[in-house]
Each structure stands twice: as structure tokens, then as C-alpha cells.
Design a protein around this ligand. Structure first.
Ligand SMILES: Cc1cc2nc3c(=O)[nH]c(=O)nc-3n(C[C@H](O)[C@H](O)[C@H](O)COP(=O)(O)O)c2cc1C
Length: 136
């Protein structure tokens, strides 16, 4: 397991969307923007599935994912393994959060699932001498 620093968490919350990268079991990559994201704890983040399609299929056959986020020239990459919850308290909480978000923007939104990433490795992606270095 790897833990995010306060700065990483601050940025994760602040950016409007993160990039969720998955791959098919035989390695074809797929990256999509995801705006519905939350921190559960230092080692765990959650994204809500409203529209995930190839991404969802990929995660079901290959649960290893990467999430990349940045602002300006500062960025991070979280890598780990996801579980997908479509029932239970965490899903219910996510469904309510997304429904409320939809009500706020006047557009109906429905969560199909809570995608929970347990972070195993963290890399920096900021340009410069330390680019790509493992941070945790
Ligand atoms: C700015 C932005 C934010 C998005 N946020 C979400 C999100 O929070 N949840 C979601 O399921 N899809 C979200 N989408 C849609 C996905 O990026 C994408 O369209 C969906 O996963 C289907 O692509 P796929 O077949 O490659 O998975 C968002 C798209 C954009 C452009």
C-alpha cells in the first residue's frame, strides 16, 4: 500500500477531473476523464461510475488501474487495484452524492457503482529531473 501526502490529497480534490486509465486483459489501453471523485483515506480513492463503458469492462477483467491528475506543472499518478461496489453502504452513499450533484446542476445523474481504488504505488509526473519517480 502507498499513502498520499496532504499536498497530493489537496490537489486530487481541487482538480475538476482526473484521468482514469485501464487496460484490457491483453493490454489495450483506455483513458477517460472522471469528475466524480473522492478521497476515502490516504490510501484509498473512489470514483463514481455514471457512464463508464470500456473502462468498466476493462476493470472487470483487469482491476489494475492508474489515476493521473495535475495542475499547472505539478502532477501525480496513483496506481493500484480497484473493486467495484454496486450495493451496500458505500454504494448507497455514492448514489446519494451523485443524485445530489445532478440536482445541483439541474441534470439527472445516476451512479451505477462506486469504483474503489486501493493505492499501491504513487509516482510524480511533474516535468523536470524527478519526472516519473516513484514517491510512495
Ligand atoms: C469532464 C468529464 C468528466 C467526466 N466524469 C465522469 C464521471 O465522474 N463518471 C463517469 O462515469 N463518467 C464520466 N465521464 C465520462 C467518461 O469520461 C467516459 O465518457 C466514459 O467512461 C465512457 O468511455 P469508456 O467507454 O472509454 O469507458 C466524464 C467525462 C468528462 C469529459
Amino acid at each position: 500500500m502507498a499513502a498520499m501526502t496532504d499536498r497530493m490529497k489537496e490537489l486530487f480534490i481541487k482538480v475538476p477531473a482526473v484521468v482514469l486509465s485501464t487496460a484490457t486483459a491483453d493490454g489495450t489501453p483506455n483513458s477517460v476523464p472522471v469528475g466524480a471523485k473522492k478521497i476515502i483515506d490516504d490510501q484509498t480513492v473512489l470514483v463514481s461510475d455514471q457512464y463508464l463503458n470500456k473502462t468498466l469492462a476493462n476493470m472487470k477483467s483487469n482491476p489494475k488501474v492508474a489515476i493521473t491528475f495535475w495542475e499547472g506543472h505539478e502532477g501525480y499518478q496513483l496506481k493500484g487495484t480497484v473493486t467495484i461496489e454496486t450495493s451496500g453502504p458505500r454504494y448507497e452513499e455514492t448514489a446519494k452524492w451523485i443524485e445530489d450533484m445532478g440536482n445541483k446542476i439541474g441534470f439527472p445523474l445516476k451512479s451505477k457503482g462506486a469504483v474503489v481504488l486501493k493505492i499501491e504505488e504513487i509516482y510524480g509526473v511533474s516535468p523536470g529531473p524527478g519526472a516519473g519517480r516513484q514517491l510512495a
